[in-house]
Design a protein around this ligand. Structure first.
Ligand code: ADP
Ligand code: MG
Length: 550
């Protein structure tokens, strides 16, 4: 069959580009099967899509590389990275992750079979087929790729070690609830990144200060492969991170944000783990809000709007942040991560002098500092908060960590000595909403449309969703994954029959747990990766056509 394909491509050479369409279908290479799924219409269109199935008896992956879902995801990721390196300089393209190990469609292991989903820019001379180059890509480079992904060319020991690392991280994360922790940062971790635009670790050569836990917060955890590791446990409750400017507060919080994901060996954050339900909260002026209950934070707006059922096309800094909290809780988060750098100050604190000047009934906002304690005591929601500019949170913090030259110390007792009495406000859990599935429509002019612009915008049908505020959306593939998940929710009846949004997200998680990320694809010709339910909910909440009932 591959000889037939080679002959076919040679024969097509010089023919009009459209003849490539005749390649669609299966090509048996003996060792593996190539399926040409979709052919681009001209050389400038998005790449064509092909898939490759390498059966288990050819792939010969050791059982230890894929026997559990976690190891399967890790090994698939390892193979994607290897494929990416092998395909450098080729017209074949494979989607691969950054520093995180996320289930993605490009490489899947199914009962030991290996399935690759690739793009290929089918070559042309103008609008004529370049058969020679196509033959080289599909008949030389593709078999070389398959060889590179199997023993003996594949370093199976490295593959197993990669899976061990990921399995240790997930084991660590799974232990957090029993330990009463919301996060753990191992000693020796490297948290800072190379730059604001690079997620690679800052190099150790005298630059990065490795993480070292303070005695009083030190926890030892036994992991399946690495054995005992020591590090800082961030306890449940209210944890405040303080310290002077530039001493590493935000860097620590960013690491916690990313700790909901697993990291590749060498990243420096392999043993930073955060509860999977952690959501970064920030202000996001200008976002839309649809019938969200923000009454615990906002009352008596000058407009007279009912803040228990609040909608706006243009939220303020504080109302957007209030909505972000309410929606995170609605989606099931019990761990909030907040950084002063990206919050609305008036929603966070109000000092005595401001209270004296602007009286209670004039100020619609109840600051978070008055709500954070009832959120934990009564609703089990923990908060980790960076705040270097005000001591107000000393009054409510259970744990205070100070960073000094990137080194953490436990200053809880000292902060307590400076604390004042504070009366808590009342927090009422936001009402659950039911989404009208008809308001979630991915089709534009009758055709499903899903696109992304970098990590900034998800185009969903006719609408652009601004996803820049979603700090824990970390992979371009996840942006498309979010769109696919929204489509699935709307089109597969997951939002129907009065299911609340939270219940619909549960149903989505179930599908993803049993079917893996490809449960989202359903004929989608392109790359995508698995999003979290929180980012799916967040994107849905930012869809400007969203309609909900309550
Ligand atoms: P803060 O939020 O306290 O103002 P940041 O977390 O933004 O401080 O960090 C300030 C700078 O210090 C950043 O450029 C960051 O990369 C760097 N940095 C943070 N942690 C470390 C560390 N452990 N070692 C070396 N540099 C670090
Ligand atoms: Mg900061």
């Amino acid at each position: 069959d591959d000889a037939r394909l080679a002959a076919e491509l040679r024969d097509m050479s010089g023919a009009s580009y459209g003849r490539y369409k005749s390649l669609q279908g299966d090509w048996d290479y003996g060792d593996f099967t190539l399926t040409v799924d979709r052919v681009q219409s001209d050389p400038f269109a998005p790449p064509s899509r092909v898939s490759v199935l390498i059966p288990a008896d050819v792939a010969e992956l050791p059982d230890s590389a894929w026997r559990s879902p976690v190891r399967r995801r890790a090994t698939a990721d390892f193979l994607a990275r290897r494929a990416y390196r092998v395909l450098k300089g080729s017209r074949l393209r494979i989607d691969v992750g950054g520093q995180e190990v996320i289930d993605r469609a490009s490489v899947q292991i199914e009962e030991g079979d290996l399935r690759l989903r690739l793009g290929i820019e089918l070559p042309g001379h103008g609008r004529r087929i370049d058969g020679r180059t196509a033959e080289h890509e599909l008949c030389d480079r593709l078999p070389d790729l398959v060889d590179a992904l199997r023993w003996p060319e594949l370093d199976t020991r490295a593959a197993v070690a990669f899976a061990d690392t990921v399995e240790d991280t997930t084991a660590l994360r799974d232990r957090l609830p029993d330990l009463g922790l919301v996060a753990f940062v191992a000693d020796g971790s490297v948290l800072p990144r190379r730059s604001g635009v690079s997620d690679l670790p800052m190099d150790g050569e005298g630059n990065a200060v490795p993480f070292a836990s303070p005695d009083s917060l030190r926890v030892t955890v036994r992991l399946p492969h690495r054995g005992e590791v020591r590090g800082m446990g961030v306890p449940e409750g209210i944890t405040l991170i303080v310290g002077g400017g530039f001493h590493g507060k935000s860097t620590l919080l960013h690491a916690l944000e990313r700790g909901v994901y697993d990291h590749i060996p060498g990243d420096g954050r392999e043993l930073v783990a955060t509860r999977p339900d952690a959501v970064k909260i920030r202000a996001e002026e200008g976002r839309r809000v649809e019938r969200t209950d923000v009454a615990s934070f906002v009352r008596n707006l000058p407009t007279g709007a009912d803040t228990g059922d609040f909608s706006t096309d243009n939220a303020s800094g504080s109302t957007s942040q209030a909505a972000n909290i309410a929606e995170a809780l609605e989606a099931g988060s019990a761990t909030l991560l907040v950084d002063e750098d990206t919050t609305a100050t008036n929603l966070m604190i109000r000092d005595a002098r401001m209270q004296a000047l602007v009286h209670g009934d004039r100020e619609p906002l109840t600051p978070f500092v008055d709500l954070v304690r009832p959120l934990h005591r009564e609703h089990g929601v923990s908060t980790v908060l960076v705040m270097g500019g005000s001591g107000d949170y000393f009054d409510v913090a259970d744990t205070v960590i100070m960073l000094d030259g990137y080194r953490p110390s436990d200053v809880t007792e000292r902060a307590r000595g400076l604390a004042a009495e504070r009366t808590d406000a009342e927090f009422t859990v936001p009402a659950h909403r039911v989404v009208d599935p008809r308001s979630v429509d991915a089709t534009a002019r009758g055709r499903a449309r899903l696109k992304r612009r970098d990590m900034d915008v998800l185009t969903f049908g006719e609408h652009d969703i601004d996803v820049r505020g979603l700090a824990q959306l970390v992979d371009p593939g996840q942006v498309i994954g979010v769109g696919l998940a929204m489509r699935l929710l709307a089109e597969d009846g997951l939002l129907d029959t009065g299911r609340t949004l939270a219940q619909a997200l549960d149903a989505l998680d179930e599908r993803l747990a049993s079917g893996g990320v490809t449960a989202l694809g359903r004929g989608y010709a392109g790359d995508y990766a698995r999003p979290r339910r929180f980012e799916v909910a967040a994107a849905l909440n930012r869809l400007r056509t969203l309609r909900v009932a309550r």
